[in-house]
Design a protein around this ligand. Structure first.
Ligand code: PLP
Length: 433
């Protein structure tokens, strides 16, 4: 047994550099966080060595007595972290990440070419909710299922539930998907439930971004209205990279959710679960039930409100005018700035956030906004005061970008700024998270 520095100095050095980068920058990517050392210890443990296809007590490999205990513990913690009654709800903790979790649900509930409706990606939805462009079916979800997106009302920045209802009545989806990657407001679950019932659709919530906020009950509870709830585990929940699927222990629209979803994960889509991730997730879900975690999530939301207010004071336009959760979306177009240039300039000052499309964007290639999230820096104990300072730093960066844009043609800085966001940027980079 040698340590990494001795065995592989190259990888050791790159990990060291990445660690430095993470700790010296202001990490404001809404889908990222800093997980705990305890979680990382579990993820970096001997659990990675074990094969355990199947579920606890029903494995295709021997030697799983401790893995069975671990996965059962993880399931129990997942249910109690979300205040769920184990007689009514079950959970599968094996999905390798958020996109595979979603795809497993689709294959469990739908047949190929069944119809789905999710929030359109340029309006804040995720790739795995059925994204396609006019020219191309981008996500496997849109290749294997027929996708009709719903969108925001561009004048308010809020989900256009009226249009959603009208479209659902015409399109008659078999599955409706709530949840987003870049939506600063809470969701109207009762309203979408009503629409789903009217058209005979399953209702799924992908709470990936807000799963920590849901566990701490600082936003509305999707479990009261949805048949299935999916999530990643590494965003606001602050666990290892992974995914979970919660399902009602019920037959819905003729489908037994428990067996269909479990079978869709394995053997349908995946092989052996990543036991090291399940170990880390169990640790994270223990944290998620502590008073400190609840205080943390409250702080995430308060920090976001402070950030939003300060940006508004500085004259910025926020999509939907503010935030109910952990992120804000800033529309830079009124300033004559775009998200790609802003992201690059701020990156040079170690402020890490991402360019993001905003409703009404003409070019998806150079989006008009930036997305700013509070979970990671709140883990690093930032409070409202520091987030007000962050708003001021972002403002300073954007002012520099604007001045450079106006400065003498041919200046190095201007050339650099103008070179950012060339049209071969694919849609927008946020589609990856
Ligand atoms: N669902 C939502 C709402 C997301 O924002 C993301 C990623 O950011 C995912 C699913 C996909 O997760 P993963 O990148 O782990 O596949």
């Amino acid at each position: 047994d040698y340590d990494l520095a001795e065995v592989d100095p190259e990888v050791h050095s790159l990990i060291g550099k990445e660690k430095q980068r993470q700790f010296k920058s202001l990490e404001l990517i809404a889908s990222e966080n800093f997980t705990s050392r305890a979680v990382m210890e579990a993820v970096g443990s001997c659990l990675t060595n074990k094969y355990s296809e199947g579920l606890p007590g029903k494995r295709y490999y021997g030697g799983n007595e401790y893995i069975d205990e671990l996965e059962t513990l993880c399931q129990q913690r997942a249910l109690s972290a979300y205040h769920l009654d184990g007689k009514k709800w079950g959970v599968n903790v094996q999905p390798l990440s958020g996109s595979p979790a979603n795809f497993a649900v689709y294959t469990a509930l739908l047949s190929p070419h069944d119809r789905i409706m999710g929030l359109d990606l340029p309006h804040g939805g995720h790739l795995s909710h059925g994204f396609m462009t006019l020219k191309r079916r981008v996500s496997a979800t849109s290749k294997y299922f027929e996708s009709m997106p719903y969108r925001l009302d561009e004048s308010t920045g809020l989900i256009d539930y009226e249009m959603l209802e009208k479209t659902a009545i015409l399109f008659r989806p078999k599955l409706m998907i709530v949840g987003a990657s870049a939506y600063p407001r809470d969701f109207d679950y009762p309203r979408v439930r009503k629409i789903a019932d009217a058209v005979g659709a399953f209702l799924m919530m992908d709470m990936a971004h807000i799963s920590g906020l849901v566990a701490a009950s600082v936003v509305a509870n999707p479990f009261e209205y949805c048949d299935v709830v999916t999530t990643t585990t590494h965003k606001s929940l602050r666990g290892p990279r992974g995914g979970m699927i919660f399902f009602k222990k019920d037959t819905v629209l003729g489908v037994d959710l428990e067996s269909s979803i479990n079978n869709a994960v394995f053997p349908g889509l995946q092989g052996g679960p990543h036991n090291h991730t399940i170990g880390g997730l169990a640790v994270c879900l223990k944290h998620a039930q502590s008073p400190e975690f609840k205080a943390y999530q409250n702080q995430v939301v308060s920090n976001c409100k402070a950030l939003a207010s300060r940006l508004i004071e500085l004259g910025y336009e926020l999509v939907s005018g503010g935030s109910d959760n952990h992120l804000v979306l800033v529309d830079l177009r009124p300033l004559g700035m775009d998200g790609a240039r802003a992201e690059k300039i701020l990156d040079m000052a170690s402020i890490t956030l991402n360019k993001n499309s905003v409703p009404g964007d003409k070019s998806a290639q150079i989006p008009g906004g930036i997305r700013i999230g509070t979970p990671a820096m709140t883990t690093r104990k930032f409070t409202e005061k520091e987030f007000i300072a962050i708003a001021d730093f972002i403002h300073e960066g954007i002012q520099i970008a604007l001045e450079a844009k106006k400065s003498t043609k041919g200046s190095k800085l201007q050339d650099f700024i103008n070179s950012i966001g060339s049209p071969d940027f694919y849609l927008n980079d946020r589609i990856s998270d």
